[in-house]
Structure formats: C-alpha cells, structure tokens
Ligand binder design. Structure first.
Ligand SMILES: Cc1cc2nc3c(=O)[nH]c(=O)nc-3n(C[C@H](O)[C@H](O)[C@H](O)COP(=O)(O)OP(=O)(O)OC[C@H]3O[C@@H](n4cnc5c(N)ncnc54)[C@H](O)[C@@H]3O)c2cc1C
Length: 391
C-alpha cells in the first residue's frame, strides 16, 4: 500500500489526509507548529464549492456546525452612498451548504479534530527542512528537530512560504506581496453596522473595510491597510493599539461607521501580509507535489483560498486513488486544477485592484458597481462556487 507524507497541517494538509484515507492510502501529517496554528486570528469564508468538496469526504458537518452563514453582501462608498447589495451564491441553499464564516483557527481545529477522530496521525513540532528521493522512488523528509520520515510520496501543503515548492523547483517564484496588510478585529462594544449573515463592504477613500456580525452580536471586521512588507518578527511586534490607530486614521474622514468600529476594538486585533502567487511553473517531481497556497495563492479579496485548497486536496487524492504511479497522478492532478486555480488568483487580483483607493477608481466604481450588481454582477462567479467534484 502507498504511504504519503503530508507536510503542513493547515487546511489542505488535514483535508488531504482524510481524502487519502478514503482513497485507501495511508498518510501522516507533519506540522511545523507545536500546537497547531491557534494564533492565526483572521476569519474567513468557506464558499459552497469548498463545503461541497468537504462533503465528498463527509467532513462538511463540523465546519457548518462551527460557523455562521454569510448570506448577503452590501457595498458602500466612503461617501456613505449605498452602491448595492446582492445575495451570495449558494446562500439560499436549503441544505445549509451556503457560504459560512468562521475564524481560520476554528477551521484548523475542526479539521484536525476530524482527522484525529478518523485515526490519522498528526505530528506537531515537525518543520520540514529538506527532502530527497532515495532508492527506488522513496522519499525521505528531514525535520528541524533532526528526525526523519520515509514514504512513497510527499505532499507539500505547507502554505504560501512553502519549502516543498523550492525543493521541487529551486527557481520557483517567490510569493508577490500585494502591498496590503490585512488587519482583522473583533468587538462587542459597538452597534453592529451589518445584520447577522450580511457583509458590509466599504470602499473607503484610503482603505477598504469589511465587516459582519456573529450570531452573538460580536462585530468581525477587516481592513486592507497599505504598508511595507515586514519580517514575521517585525509584524508581530506591532501592537493592537498601533494597528487600531493606524487603521482608524485611514478610515477617518469617510462618512461610514468603519472608523468607529475600529476604535471600539480592544486587544483583539491581528494583522497579516496579503500575498498572491499567480503561476508556479512546476507543481511536482517524481515523488513530491504541492497543493493549496504552496502551489497557488490568491489575494484574500475573492475569499477563495481555503476553498481552493480543499478542492485541490480532494482532486489530488482521487488522482492518487486512480493512478498507481505518483508522477502520473500528479500530472493528472495538475491538468485538472491549474487553469481553474490560476483563473481564481487572477479574479481575486482584479477584485483587489477594484477595491484599492484612488479618486478615479472611486468615480468609476460608484457608477459601474451599482449597474453591475443590477445586471447580475458577480453572479458571473458561478464558475467559482458552482464547481463540484465527482468522487
Ligand atoms: C487575512 C486573510 C484572510 C483570508 N480570507 C479568506 C477567506 O475568506 N476565504 C478563503 O477561502 N481563504 C481566505 N484566505 C486564504 C486562506 O487562509 C488560505 O488560502 C488557506 O489557508 C490555504 O490553506 P493551505 O492549507 O494551503 O495553507 P495554510 O493554511 O497556510 O497551512 C499551511 C500549514 O503548513 C505549515 N507549515 C509551513 N511550513 C512548514 C514546514 N516547513 N514544515 C511543516 N509545516 C509547515 C504551517 O504552519 C501551516 O499550518 C485568507 C488569508 C488571509 C491571510
């Protein structure tokens, strides 16, 4: 029987392990962090395509149970003008498979719990530093604690700064920093600007802002704040108070509730860099393959990175189920996935450009966005959210 080493216990890693189990392939997950990525404080939306992919392995239930629905999105200009509203694709789904909001840490936790419940070993504190193919196509992974593991194949689900991507192709492109910090916060000390299940998206003069309200009344918000790329340490050194002041200052002057929401937020503010990775020329070697953000990463605007990672995981497992030779399975996986994920990354980059500040952009947007919503607008996203995988 084939055995797989999965590097990275994030979204793609946990889902791949469960999908491989369904395909009859043993897998072990190796995660760099000691306790899981509980410190990842951002929230995200899993769309219908991601949930439907999870349904293939029967893992959608815990995600739905630990999240709340995202049904509508309304768009507001920094002047306070309402630009329109639309129902999110799949939101009307009576089977609760419409888009769901949850924190990234919760998504990690429920997927890990589910993987563990199915008997899949998840090893923490295992940071991959090297891997090589030995003998007759076996792969040996080396970790920073000096330990090693051997398998028939190695799956790099190690995120945007993937080591496996570099091992497969030392000339692989670096992720592109979009120039934006995504700052997220949570507060109960403000009148919610959005109804539960609605996202309010505000095209501020100097920063894009979005928020929704959890069922318990807590307001969850994010803002895209332009800023330089910092080292991980320098980013972590910026305090909640500094982020609060910086983001509120960017939103001051807009005639919207955004600045007040930010000012009403206490210590619960986190920030990360927004990257994208449009094209990675090589996805696989004889024994190694990359998936999720390791292979392709979209700026957060289209909110599809997690769903794409989940889809990748299911499709890869299906290819490995059907083709015994890993390289052939990797080839088919790439053929099935590349065009779709690259289109998603490009789509998200377009959304990022549309939300960027700028007077001309604002004038055009204030005229065109209401018309586009009226004519079905981003309903053209059916190619994204309508995707289904036949197991
Ligand atoms: C602010 C923000 C908001 C977002 N919002 C959304 C959204 O609304 N909807 C959406 O779908 N997506 C969203 N995304 C994107 C989404 O979070 C990613 O696309 C998704 O997490 C990718 O999953 P992954 O498993 O490929 O990578 P990750 O979730 O990053 O997991 C990678 C894992 O690998 C581990 N790892 C890294 N290096 C090593 C190593 N050398 N050895 C061992 N383990 C390693 C990491 O610790 C991590 O646990 C957002 C991203 C950001 C930053």
């Amino acid at each position: 029987m084939t055995d797989a080493l999965i590097i990275g216990g994030g979204i793609a890693g946990a889902v791949t392990a469960m999908a491989l189990q369904k395909a009859g392939i043993d897998a072990e997950v190796f995660e760099a962090y000691a306790t899981g990525a509980d410190d990842v404080g951002a929230f995200l939306v899993v769309f219908t395509n991601g949930l439907e992919a999870l349904r293939v392995i029967g893992a959608h239930g815990p995600v739905v149970a630990n999240s709340f629905p995202a049904g509508r999105v309304e768009f507001v200009s920094g002047t306070g003008k309402r630009l329109g509203a639309r129902t999110l694709a799949g939101a009307a789904d009576a089977t609760a498979m419409g888009p769901r909001t949850l924190t990234r840490a919760t998504l990690y936790r429920v997927l890990h719990d589910e993987a563990r419940r199915r008997g899949i070993p998840v090893r923490h504190g295992k940071r991959l530093v090297a891997a090589e193919t030995v003998g007759d196509r076996r792969v040996v992974a080396s970790f920073s604690d000096g330990s090693r593991a051997e398998g028939d194949l190695l799956i790099g689900a190690d995120g945007i700064h993937s080591v496996v991507r570099k091992l497969i192709d030392p000339a692989a492109p670096r992720p592109h920093y979009t120039g934006q910090n995504t700052v997220c916060g949570y507060t109960r000390d403000v009148e919610p600007p959005s109804a539960p299940d609605t996202y309010t998206m505000i095209y501020g003069r100097r920063a894009f802002f979005g928020c929704t309200t959890a069922p318990d009344g807590e307001v969850w918000w994010f803002a895209n704040a332009p800023g330089p790329e910092r080292s991980r340490r320098d980013l972590a050194a910026v305090t909640a108070d500094q982020w609060r002041q910086r983001v509120a200052a960017l939103l001051d002057g807009d005639r919207t509730p955004a600045a007040a929401v930010v000012r009403a937020t206490g210590e619960h503010i986190v920030a990360s860099h927004a990257y994208d990775l449009a094209v990675t020329p090589r996805w696989y070697s004889d024994t190694m393959v990359i998936i999720g953000d390791a292979a392709h990463a979209a700026a957060p605007n289209a909110a599809q990175g997690a769903s794409m990672a989940i889809e990748d995981a299911i499709v890869l497992a299906k290819c490995l189920r059907d083709q015994h030779e890993p390289r052939r399975a990797f080839h088919t996986y790439e053929e099935l996935r590349r065009a779709r994920v690259e289109r998603a990354v490009a789509h998200s980059a377009r959304m990022a450009r549309r939300s960027a500040p700028g007077t001309m952009r604002r004038l055009v947007r204030d005229v065109l966005l209401p018309r586009s919503i009226e004519h079905g607008g981003d309903g053209a996203d059916a190619w994204l959210t309508g995707y289904r995988i036949e197991w």
